[in-house]
Design a protein around this ligand. Sequence first.
Ligand code: BG6
Length: 513
Amino acid sequence: MNRAADQTEVNPLREGLSTRAVPQPCSIVIFGATGDLTHRKLLPALYNLAADGELPPAVKVIGFARRPKSDDDFRKEMEDAVKNFSRQTVRDEIWKTFSQSIFYHQSDFADESGFKSLAERLDKIDKEHGTRGNRLFYFAVAPDQFEPILKHLKTAGLNEAKKGSWARVIVEKPFGTDLDSARELNRVISNSFSEDQTYRIDHFLGKETAQNILVLRFANAIFGPLWNRHYIDHIQITAAETLGVEGRAGYYETAGALRDMVQNHLLQLLCLIAMEAPVNLDADSIRDEKVKVVRALRHFAQSDVGANVVRGQYAEGAINGKPVPAYRAEEKVDSKSMTDTFVALHLNIDTWRWWNVPIYMRVGKRLPKSATEISVHFKKAPAVLFNKELSDQNVLVIRIQPDEGIALRMHAKVPGTSFHIEPVKMDFHYGTSFGKASPEAYERLLLDAMSGDATLFARRDEVEEAWAFIDIIENAWSQKKDAPPLCFYPAGSWGPDEADELLARDGRSWRRL
Ligand code: BG6
């Protein structure tokens, strides 16, 4: 649907029952315009939105970075990036029009005058291109750059919008490295932008299937009554990647899998699976329920971390038949590195609904395949009649990626004269059911930020609660004495044996992906 520039607030004709506000014309200023994220994700996302007619016509993109270059140089660089990373083939006529919306602003982040001239430039763009004084500042830079940028945005008056307009800031991860640094980051941001102007990206929330979790749970009456400790035996969440550290050692060595993936993406998925129904679909109603899940996570005593959390690191091995080096042999990785590239956890949510329902999570790099899924394992039917010999349970699998979809495993009689029962699958695939590709997470999230819808962004309290939980584990790992061991696994395997033992101990096993 093509959105006219003068549309405001809610468009009742938007597909289906969508209640999202309409994205507004605006200038998007990207700090870190020449970086990887801009090349791989942001510009391709904006191009795809333009190509699908989803972008308001008056959206202008201003790349802000240190190196001198002209608008045309920057456009050319972005054209190459978009051609490389776009999910759709780039059509020349669309690119030509879209590229005219891209500008470059050269300045050092520490140079106050660069922000003054940015303010002037944005005013000019508003006048010439109808961007209406709306500004979206995208921080695609390392966190240590946030403070000077925020300070200078404020000095230049760019943190406050003129009447009838808005100014918002989108902040990329990592959002701190522990609770203290996250609080400090929040403090620094709140000096310039209020919480309702702040959009903390967790790109997993923008994935189509993650958004569908709430629809699955709350638009289908059959699951509601079953979604609790009476019927659910346990839940597994797996995020597996075949990729290794891929030249990101500088960052990854300070993070590790627990900080990189569990603190944010996996806990966010858990919130969607475990939250209570919100009173309505407002961003804060949903986030109020999500934060309660993180708050209710049972915190480990430091001495219990070893028994409930397995930390692993890949040793050399093979991915798809090709040999790959050990993590410690990767470029710029310390040869004695203790960084976790794999984590498996046994969690509990201390709420009435989830009491004593184990949640098992695992995440890792250099695993045999790339797949993210959540599986809800229901309790067994009574061991009478057919069920005497069946060991399997009913399992509801939500495939976050790839092959997005939902499958329900149940038992059926194998046709024939003898009585034989086997598990079968009812399977829904997004691709075939809807016949169209899902947009990239960044497409949805950018549009939401342009619409002022913060539902799919992490709120301050969610982030801080998540760090409070993660810090206990990190602290236990960093103890000089009695720290839980680092367990090695060959690249291309499903992680260390200890991860299997974590479930075997409870009489369970990881679902095979
Ligand atoms: C990022 C992590 O947030 O998510 C990466 O920093 C990880 O280490 C990536 O590879 C996974 O995201 P996706 O969308 O490719 O599954």
